[in-house]
Write a protein that binds this ligand. Structure first.
Ligand SMILES: Cc1cc2nc3c(=O)[nH]c(=O)nc-3n(C[C@H](O)[C@H](O)[C@H](O)COP(=O)(O)OP(=O)(O)OC[C@H]3O[C@@H](n4cnc5c(N)ncnc54)[C@H](O)[C@@H]3O)c2cc1C
Length: 546
């Protein structure tokens, strides 16, 4: 077993969009810090971040109904949509900054694709009209167009209207400034740039254990997966650790032994998409068309028919179809779920299983659905769809957060940034925090884990993302919770959905952010082994209640 002599300043576990974004920010803020990315696969961006493992929607709340729930009085709550829009704007600003600095190529990873919302039936047409009125009153959405004219929708999205019954009430909204983003390509560009600036990337190295050392630094135990015959083990010491391991984050946070992770469990949900590259179809659809989730289905099951541009080649994608697997990563093992069961999360796990029978029933139905049943769902969106044009592909794995709560345990569809009390280690839990909001999520991490440095970093951050200089308290200020834009609230047309609140995307995150804003907490103490010029610990109140 070998070990590096001097701890590196920052180790990021996992080579997805989150680690790449955080490392990019840190490389600008602290160019002298030693940064190392450890990835278990033979390439970065090969899990949820890979282009075909997600839908590639640049979530700006231009088309997703679940960000605008209807209140009990019939009014539309647009607060979450505004937050998501502001958070995506931060990502765009960061990418623009990197392009201007020659650190990212001139696009190729993002393509203009209009964002549409499409609904059917009188009730939903009425809801969409009221939603449009509420959104366009806000400057960020003033450009959103609405129509209930089938002819106009046929111009906007011909495949959606072709062979549709002429008497069916339909409506749509359209934003021309939507994007399709190849988050995989973006991440590979970011990682290549980091390497050019001196960061180390270890591929095919899996972090198996993380232990705190006496001097307050962390020791990561790695296995070299390329060494097939007898796995070669090594260790890596770090002053600050970010666990951006997607579905692998829960187990690694548990391994670190921090109190804040106690009581957390994970519930995996897999997904599939239908995809076509048939030029006759691809050439006739240029939009991301989001619909409404079926009543009773979980929020991530909102159906959408999307133009995707991956490697410069356009294709169409429809889905997602939910499934179930015990794996926490697409390239994980069937033991992933079992390995995260601990005495501290047993009660929440059992409680969630007992209280979410409707979700389990939904998943069983989805898993057992025949290909014909799946084609029927597609035909609800695109009546002329023919089976032979479409292939089924497996998407990334989501791991929903289970934690202590009412009735013993609650299932959350959002994300949670878990940080140790001293801020020397942090990890993202949840059903993918939404690649679109990576900049906002990582800004939140910087603020929480490096509170004594954040104010000093602020001018440089504002140079990278000018809207950070906007009014305090907005999402752009990074003090608002980041939400998983791919997830959301209950059925937006369901009465009282807004009152029930969002499906808690980032709820603990929000609590923690609020607590931090209200009380800066005691002064930081620096653990032994840390040099003053290196990452230093945060204040206590940054940590969400586990
Ligand atoms: C079906 C689906 C659709 C989605 N659609 C969208 C969308 O349209 N728009 C959007 O913005 N977001 C979307 N998302 C969410 C988005 O894909 C994720 O938020 C994002 O990719 C998560 O990035 P990450 O870096 O946290 O994790 P990942 O991309 O999963 O990366 C984690 C990395 O950690 C590595 N790793 C894990 N364990 C270890 C270990 N022990 N040691 C070393 N390495 C390890 C993994 O191999 C992986 O490379 C979608 C997600 C899914 C599943």
């Amino acid at each position: 077993m070998s070990s590096s002599a001097e701890p590196v300043d920052v180790v990021l576990v996992g080579g997805g969009i989150m680690s790449a974004t955080l490392a990019t920010l840190l490389s600008e803020l602290e160019p002298t810090w030693r940064i190392e990315v450890v990835e278990r696969l033979d390439a970065v961006a090969a899990e949820s971040t890979d282009a075909w493992n997600n839908a590639g929607t640049g979530h700006a709340a231009l088309c997703e109904l679940n960000y605008t729930p209807e209140r009990a009085d019939g009014s539309i709550d647009i607060a979450k949509a505004v937050t998501i829009n502001e958070q995506f704007a931060l990502s765009l600003e960061l990418w623009d900054h990197l392009r201007a600095a020659g650190r990212l190529p001139d696009d190729g990873f993002r393509s203009p694709v209009p964002h549409l919302t499409f609904v059917r039936g009188e009730r939903d047409v009425d809801y969409l009209r009221r939603r449009h009125a509420a959104l366009t009153a806000h400057p960020r959405f003033a450009h959103l167009r609405f129509t209930d004219d089938p002819g106009t929708i046929a111009e906007w999205a011909p495949l959606v209207m072709e062979q549709r019954h002429p008497d069916e009430p339909v409506a749509a909204t359209r934003a021309d400034d939507g994007l399709d983003v190849d988050f995989g390509a973006l991440t590979r560009h970011l990682v290549a740039d980091l390497q050019a600036r001196g960061a180390t990337v270890r591929l095919q190295h899996e972090v198996r254990r993380i232990r705190r050392r006496r001097d307050g630094t962390w020791r990561l135990h790695l296995v070299d997966r390329a060494w097939n015959a007898s796995p070669r083990r090594t260790t890596l010491d770090a002053r600050f650790v970010f666990i951006g391991a997607g579905g692998g984050a829960l187990r690694l946070l548990q391994s670190s032994g921090i109190d804040e992770i106690k009581g957390y469990g994970g519930f995996p949900i897999s997904g599939q998409f239908l995809r076509t590259t048939d030029p006759a179809l691809v050439g006739r659809h240029r939009a991301k068309v989001y619909g409404k989730a079926a009543v009773g289905s979980p929020p991530m099951s909102v159906p959408h028919l999307d133009t995707r541009v991956v490697g410069g080649t356009p294709a169409l994608l429809f889905g997602p179809y939910a499934g179930w697997s015990m794996k926490f990563l697409k390239h994980g093992t069937w033991m992933d779920l079992v390995r995260t069961i601990r005495p501290s999360n047993l009660v929440p796990l059992v409680a969630v299983a007992l209280h979410n029978l409707d979700l389990l029933k939904y998943l069983v139905t989805e898993v057992l659905a025949t290909r014909e049943a799946r084609m029927r769902t597609l035909r609800g969106f695109m009546p002329s769809a023919r089976e032979r044009s479409w292939e089924m592909i497996t998407a990334g794995q989501r791991v929903q957060v289970i934690k202590r709560g009412r009735g013993g345990g609650v299932l959350e569809f959002g994300t949670e940034l878990v940080t140790a009390a001293d801020g020397s280690i942090a990890g993202l839990l949840g059903a993918s925090p939404g690649a679109s909001t990576a900049a906002s999520a990582m800004l939140d991490l910087l603020r929480r884990c490096f509170p004594d440095r954040y104010a000093g970093w602020r001018p440089e951050l504002e140079r990278m993302m000018p809207s950070l200089a906007g009014p305090a308290g907005t999402a752009a200020d990074a003090d608002a919770p980041h939400a998983d834009p791919d997830l959301g609230t209950r059925d937006p047309a369901e009465p009282g959905a807004a009152d029930a609140g969002p499906a808690d995307a980032g709820s603990a995150h929000a609590d923690a952010a609020d607590a931090d804003a209200a009380d800066p907490g005691p002064a930081a103490t620096r653990p032994a082994g840390r040099r003053p010029s290196r990452p230093s610990p945060p204040r206590r109140r940054d940590t969400p209640v586990a």
